[in-house]
Design a protein around this ligand. Structure first.
Ligand code: ADP
Ligand code: MG
Length: 683
């Protein structure tokens, strides 16, 4: 049924609703309330507690403008139990004129403590003479969307609920009976009625928290839809063809013998998983998770080796120039430079032409930044795409590189690496289209990094310590953080610190890297630091990901309170990579907010990326953690990873069963909940 058949919905509104994925009348039922208002009863003012939202009625005692610089309209009303002040920042004359003493007002809003009496800031309100009717259900409030009134959506959904009741539209039940019975979940139609129009005696606490049975039932279906969409994508990819890239055991041995260390068991296991994937003629779609320093690079090098030996190209894409350069350097010690090419935005002119030419002519190993997926880059036989530090890329960039690789109807194998360890259930949900490998072991000899949290004004003491350490042969990072400012400002701040530190430590060799340096300047400095020609490296957060200088054992992060947990963990992961005892000093600007304090405390307590990620998940939620702030797959309307953990597991099992037993139903569930499966496929 067309949306425009509803009263109050014209063509314009229908178009706007379509951008929310609401195209048919029935889709409105799956537009979920954000919260509820209780306008089913009048609350005696005396019963209202701080922070309560309630409907009250009273008679006006007086109304006046206070004498603030921008006067506020204040209207005091009483119901005999208490007097409450209604306050308005924005007001107009006729509004005040109507608030005459002894007239009646009904108001809805949130109670706070005022100086003289409790108050409500800009409440909704109306005047009345005759008693006003009360709502017969809690009022659902829907997510705001541009250009559509709350009341338009409310009225439209009310109409749809009526149609549903009269049987003029139907919602089909897709969840199996045994699941509904086992979890004591209501059927779909009842659940929808309930969440849009909860009865006055509904358990509002549960509803507000999203834990009501009716909501949980919908959560299950939503998560299921999401999983099914991803699984379908996985199925589709599995039907595509890729070059077979088996590796000879002897090649693997020769390579690992050449390494200055032995692979950990975890690395070997993951390498096995990768080899097993790429020897098949279907494209690998594998995500490798491993905490910072777990040794992901060498794992990807082995995949490159296999590809190389089968005469195919490997493309490795890193999110920053510095990291890409570093990978290039690292791989140089294992592969011949004539087989390698580097490409980034900084490679221009003749050098660029040459690089592009070599890629087209089949050079085997291509390393670079997102410049790799630009139009002008043509591969000749791309067999493997490696994406390092995946969380730093936008979904479109990742997709572009994959599509590029197609040749002769073959898809390249994909290896995605991330140092953002996320809990398994979340990973399995968010990346249900991928196979997941976990490097859950650090190379031997690593020591815990000990972390100190210290106020900025103790800078001097820290500085002395750095000096002492560096004089004994250690190397240190000094990280300047300025977030949300321009790269220019960031670089300038780093430069100021650099100058200051040089004055403090005339004897130390100090370098500076920031985002505004030219690529070869960055490269030179990083190289000097790696080669221990520098003792101290002052840097912006450009060194956040991947940079590997095992001798560096000390890190200072200025204004650490400005950074999120994952970012702090990534930064800190630049030290503790060798077998020296490492230290990280988190400096902060007092006073600290509650969340910031909590974050720094967590950093002090643990080095474990998984533990940190779990906390991050609680603080920021799954969407942020996964870096899919753009339109992305993990934006649920109802589901919340922390709260609904158990249901995520149930949904996983259910998804695996359904996709085999009831493929037709699967598509219907997806269509009902997933706005566009293109979006989801970009994960
Ligand atoms: P990340 O997982 O953070 O990308 P890297 O691949 O940069 O980690 O590896 C971190 C450091 O550990 C590098 O210096 C690398 O040479 C070293 N390394 C990797 N694997 C091992 C191992 N099995 N034993 C000892 N050192 C290792
Ligand atoms: Mg890395």
């Amino acid at each position: 049924m067309q949306l425009t058949t509803l009263k109050g919905i014209g063509k314009k509104t229908a178009e706007k609703l379509a951008t929310l994925g609401i195209e048919q009348v029935v889709d409105l039922l799956f537009h979920m309330p954000l919260r509820y208002q209780d306008k089913t009863k009048i609350t005696p003012m005396i019963d209202m507690k701080y922070g309560d939202m309630a409907l009250i009625e009273g008679t006006v005692i007086r109304s006046y403008l206070n004498n603030a610089r921008r006067p506020m309209l204040i209207c005091e009303i009483s119901d005999g139990t208490q007097t409450i002040a209604l306050k308005f920042f924005n007001h107009y004359y006729s509004q005040r004129a109507k608030m005459t003493p002894d007239s009646n007002i009904r108001a809805y809003g949130e109670m706070r403590f005022g100086k003289a009496m409790p108050e409500i800031l800009h409440p909704e309100y109306e005047h009345f003479d005759e008693p006003l009717p009360l709502q017969d259900a809690l009022t659902a409030i829907y997510p705001k969307s541009e250009g559509i009134n709350q009341s338009t959506i409310q009225k439209a959904i009310n109409q749809v609920l009526l149609l549903l009741q009269k049987g003029e539209i139907k919602v089909e039940e897709y969840l199996p009976d045994n699941i509904l019975n086992k979890l004591k979940f209501p059927n779909l139609s009842d659940a929808l009625h309930y969440v849009h129009k909860p009865p006055p005696d509904a358990d509002t606490n549960a509803l507000m928290a999203g834990t009501h049975k009716t909501q949980q039932r919908l959560v299950l279906e939503e998560v299921l839809a999401h999983l099914l969409a991803l699984k379908k994508i996985k199925q589709k990819t599995q039907q595509l063809y890729a070059p077979e890239l088996p590796i000879k055991e002897s090649d693997r041995k020769t390579f690992t013998k050449m390494l200055p260390f032995e692979l950990t068991h975890a690395q070997q296991r993951v390498v096995d998983e990768i080899f097993n994937d790429i020897k098949s003629n279907h494209p690998m779609q594998r995500l490798v998770q491993g905490d910072v320093g777990s040794g992901k690079t060498v794992v990807s090098a082995l995949a490159i080796l296999a590809t190389f030996q089968q005469n195919h190209q490997s493309a490795m894409m890193a999110p920053t120039e510095i990291l890409a350069e570093q990978h290039y350097k690292t791989l140089q010690s294992w592969f011949d430079e004539k087989d390698m090419v580097f490409l980034s935005g900084a490679i221009t002119g003749k050098a660029r032409k040459e690089a592009l030419g070599r890629i087209k002519n089949g050079v085997k190993i291509i390393i670079g930044t997102h410049a790799l997926f630009q139009k002008e880059v043509e591969f000749s036989a791309l067999g493997l795409v490696i994406i390092d530090e995946q969380h730093r890329f936008g979904v479109h960039q990742r997709l572009a590189l994959r599509n590029k690789g197609q040749f002769e109807a073959l898809q390249p194998h994909m290896l995605i690496m991330t140092a953002t360890p996320i809990p398994r259930t979340l990973a399995q949900t968010a990346y249900a289209n991928l196979d997941i490998s976990i490097i859950d072991e650090l190379p031997p000899g690593r020591q815990e990094i000990s972390t100190l949290v210290i106020s900025n004004n103790k800078m001097q003491a820290i500085a002395e310590r750095i000096k002492a350490n560096c004089q004994q042969g250690a190397q240190a990072y000094w990280v300047c953080t300025l977030i949300e400012e321009s790269e220019v400002l960031r670089s300038k701040a780093a430069n100021d610190t650099f100058e200051e530190l040089k004055e403090w430590f005339p004897d130390l060799r100090i370098g500076l890297v920031h985002g505004r340096l030219k690529s070869d300047e960055k490269h030179t400095i990083m190289y000097q630091f790696k080669d221990h020609q520098l003792d101290l490296l002052v840097a912006t957060t450009v060194i956040e990901v991947g940079v590997d200088v095992p001798n560096a054992s000390l890190m200072v992060i200025e204004n650490a309170e400005r950074l999120g947990l994952s970012q702090l963990h990534q930064l800190r992961g630049r030290v503790g990579r060798g077998n020296k005892k490492s230290h990280c000093v988190l400096m902060y600007q007092a006073p600290l907010g509650e969340v910031a304090k909590q974050r720094l405390e967590i950093m002090r307590e643990t080095n474990d990326g998984f533990v940190i990620a779990r906390h991050d998940l609680k603080i920021r939620g799954a969407g942020e953690l996964l870096g899919s702030r753009q339109k992305g797959a993990v934006q649920f309307r109802l589901a919340d990873f922390e709260r609904d953990k158990a249901l995520f597991k149930t949904a996983q099992k259910l998804a695996s069963d359904l996709i085999i037993d009831h493929p037709k139903i699967c598509q219907k569930i997806i269509d009902r909940w997933v706005i566009s499966s293109d979006e989801i496929s970009n994960v």
